[in-house]
Each structure stands twice: as structure tokens, then as C-alpha cells.
Design a protein around this ligand. Structure first.
Ligand SMILES: Cc1ncc(COP(=O)(O)O)c(C=O)c1O
Ligand SMILES: [Zn+2]
Length: 400
């Protein structure tokens, strides 16, 4: 098993699932990249088997899988034509088993837990990660604990609870809960596979490998990714770095991290050219799943984004809502506001003349819109009510 390493001070650590932070820098550790040549095993079906050379596992265990990955890359021609955009693609991560990209990380972390004989896992989340960890924990027969903030909605609580997950609502600072969970995990031997867990991040790399293959190894010019804790975009960037180390590509796509204006500590630091972000008091965007005032992977995101010449920008809630509606009504893709932030980012860069007609842009649609219908605005939908005897008239009026 490869060691974990701190990308700031370069210190390496044994791959201990209970100690995922550098004790010197207090930054999350990442799995060291493979030091032998990696191959893509094209004949294999499951992505964790296909890209296994890049991953910190020796074999793929199908009994822990729920069929994650292998998601389609869809060309968005209607949006391209309507808004005169470069070639636009969506990587549809909504099609993962629990409706979000989180499954790609959870499957790997759960497999890791079982291989180490760990019986209890946990996470800190109010949404997608709670559901994903609950589902994969159930599939592997593990005791699963999810710590949530006191004000979590019943809708979110029950979608994790149905899996038999132990749920504890915690009063107090949600940011501090992240670090407290790791302390409890270490003492009680509960593997907290939180948002920037190194094995979770390794699972996110697979999305990048799939994109690389879906583009026939040409690579897109831009990848737009919504950013909260930073775990997802770190995994995607790490994967492209490893493709380059293996001489499979010779340059990088431009990564554009997107945060909502009201929850944008990393984007604010980037715009000032800072190498460390400052936590903000409150994150209150309508894109709830990326409302993060103190992203634990924020400084790693900044370091890698500067190195790869990417950008982290912010967009308004209004731009996010509009993008959500456009993806659904032009392309049939109903994603969460968090995911739609990626399209809002494309419009922003277009308005700044930062895109070329020959570009090939990928949006990562991270999670399904069905998970949060409360943020939708029915007054913008074509909904009417009528009686049976007036239905003929209503239909002719509706679809003239
Ligand atoms: C739908 C959705 N998109 C994007 C993200 C951001 O991912 P990360 O926290 O890894 O940056 C999350 C995180 O919870 C999410 O739920
Ligand atoms: Zn360090």
C-alpha cells in the first residue's frame, strides 16, 4: 500500500485511515501517486478494475459495488446553439447509484475499510455524502454513523436513515464537527470517510480517467467543477497529473472551480492571488450542497489550481438558478443547483471573452436535482389547473 503524503511539506505517512491530516501543516494528506508505470486495462468492465493501476487497491471487490461509474458524457448541442458556445459536454454523475459523484469515493473507502477489518464507518454530511455512505455501508454490512447538523431537513435525514444508518444531530459549529469527528474516529476506531478523505479522493480520480477515454484521449480544453470542501476537484486534478506522469497526455485541461458567491472562500483567495484561504462566517447560498464556510481541502485546491493554470471563480445564486433551469429545459438534465453552478461558470467566462469557439468544455453534473425540489420556483413552470369539461380548451391553450 502506497503511503499518504502532505503536498505542502512532502512528509509521508503510513496509510492509516484514522489519521488523514499532516501533523505539521494540519492539511489533508493525499495518497502518494503510483511510482511504477500505469496502464489502462481497456478490456475490463468496472472502472475500478480498468484503472486499478492508478488506485490504492490491489483488487476490485464487486460485492461492495452498487454499479457506480461508467457515466455518460453527453454533448449539449441545444445549449451550444442557443447561446453560441464552444462544444459543450456534461459528465452525468447524477447516474451514480445514490444520485451523486460521492459514490465513486465511497465505494473505494468502504472497500478499504473492509480490507483492513474495520467494522464501523462514519461521515459528517447533511446531504449527498450521508446518503452515499449509508448505502455503501449497508451493502458492505458495516455499522455506519452519520453526524449531521441539528437543523438538517427530514427529507435528507430519512434518505440516509433508510439504510439503517445511525444518525446523530449535533448542535454547534458544523466546521468544528469535521475535526471532532476525526478525533472521535481515532479513539473509537470508526473510519470517518469525510469529504477530503484520501481514499475517497482516489475514487474521484476515476471520473477524470473516464473523461480522458471518452474523448478518445484528446482531453477537453476546460473542465468546470463545483467546489465545496475541494475533495472532488482535487481528485480530478490529481488524475490528470498522473496521466501526464505516465506520458498519456502532454498538457492539462484548464480546471475551473466554481463556488457560489455567498459561499466562496476559495474563489475569494484565488481572486486575490492568495495561497491560503480565509474561512468565512456563514455560507448561505441556495446551492446548499456546496455551502461551506471552511473547506478543509481549500489550500490544496489553491496549490493545484495555480500549478495547473486553472481558476476558481464565483457566481451568483441567480446565475445558478438560471443555469439549473436551462440544463433541465434545454437538455433534459435536472441537476442540483450546486451542479448547475458549472454552467453558470461557462456563461461567466464567455462574458469575459475567455472562451474560444474551438474549445471543448466539460461540465461535471455532480448530483441529481430530485434531491432538493424545495429550491425550485414553480411560478416559472408551465403549470395550470382545470376541470375535466374544460380540458380541451386548456390543452389547446397550453400547447398552441
Ligand atoms: C452535488 C454536489 N456537488 C458538488 C459538491 C462539492 O464537492 P467537494 O466537497 O468534494 O468539493 C458536493 C459536495 O457535497 C455536492 O454534494
Ligand atoms: Zn505537511
Amino acid at each position: 500500500m502506497r503511503p499518504l503524503e502532505c503536498i505542502f511539506c512532502k512528509k509521508t505517512y503510513p496509510p492509516d485511515p484514522f489519521s488523514p491530516f499532516c501533523t505539521r501543516c494540519q492539511e489533508p494528506l493525499l495518497a502518494a501517486s503510483p511510482d511504477t508505470a500505469c496502464e489502462i486495462h481497456s478490456g475490463r468492465d468496472h472502472p475500478l478494475e480498468k484503472y486499478i493501476d492508478f488506485l490504492p487497491i490491489n483488487k476490485f471487490s464487486p460485492e461492495f459495488s452498487l454499479g457506480e461509474g461508467n457515466t455518460p458524457l453527453l454533448k449539449l448541442n441545444r445549449l451550444k446553439r442557443k447561446f453560441i458556445l464552444p462544444d459543450l459536454y456534461a459528465k452525468n454523475e447524477m447516474l451514480n447509484p445514490t444520485g451523486s459523484f460521492k459514490d465513486r469515493g465511497t465505494v473505494l473507502a468502504v472497500q478499504r475499510a473492509v480490507s483492513l477489518g474495520i467494522k464501523k464507518i462514519g461521515t459528517v454530511s447533511t446531504g449527498n455524502m450521508a446518503v452515499s455512505t449509508g448505502a455503501y455501508g449497508a451493502r458492505a454490512g458495516l455499522k455506519t454513523l452519520v453526524l449531521v447538523s441539528e437543523d438538517v431537513s427530514d427529507e435528507k435525514l430519512y434518505s440516509a436513515g433508510i439504510h439503517g444508518t445511525f444518525l446523530i444531530k449535533v448542535k454547534g459549529d458544523y466546521g468544528a464537527l469535521f475535526y471532532k469527528s476525526l478525533e472521535i474516529g481515532k479513539n473509537k476506531k470508526i473510519y470517518f470517510m469525510n469529504s477530503v478523505d484520501p481514499f475517497r479522493i482516489e475514487g474521484y480520480k476515476v471520473t477524470a480517467f473516464e473523461i480522458f477515454e471518452q474523448f478518445n484521449e484528446k482531453i477537453p480544453t476546460h473542465i468546470f467543477v463545483p467546489v465545496s470542501s475541494g475533495g472532488h476537484i482535487i481528485g480530478l486534478m490529481k488524475a490528470f497529473k498522473e496521466l501526464k506522469q505516465n506520458r498519456m497526455i502532454d498538457k492539462f485541461p484548464v480546471f475551473i472551480g466554481i463556488q457560489p458567491e455567498k459561499a466562496s472562500p476559495i474563489a475569494r483567495a484565488f481572486l486575490k492571488g492568495d495561497v491560503k484561504y480565509k474561512r468565512i462566517k456563514k455560507a448561505e447560498s441556495l446551492a446548499q450542497s456546496i455551502n461551506n464556510p471552511a473547506p478543509p481541502g481549500g489550500n490544496i485546491v489553491l496549490k493545484m489550481i495555480y500549478e495547473l493554470n486553472g481558476r476558481v471563480i464565483h457566481v451568483t445564486d441567480k446565475e445558478i438558478s438560471k443555469a439549473q433551469m436551462l440544463l433541465a429545459s434545454y437538455e433534459g438534465l435536472f441537476c442540483l443547483p450546486a451542479s448547475a453552478a458549472s454552467l453558470a461558470g461557462v456563461f461567466r467566462l464567455k462574458s469575459e471573452n475567455k472562451l474560444n469557439p474551438s474549445d471543448r468544455i466539460v461540465l461535471i453534473l455532480t448530483g441529481s436535482g430530485i434531491k432538493n425540489i424545495k429550491v425550485l420556483n414553480p411560478s416559472e413552470m408551465k403549470i395550470t389547473t382545470t376541470s375535466l369539461n374544460k380540458l380541451d380548451f386548456a390543452v389547446s391553450f397550453a400547447v398552441k
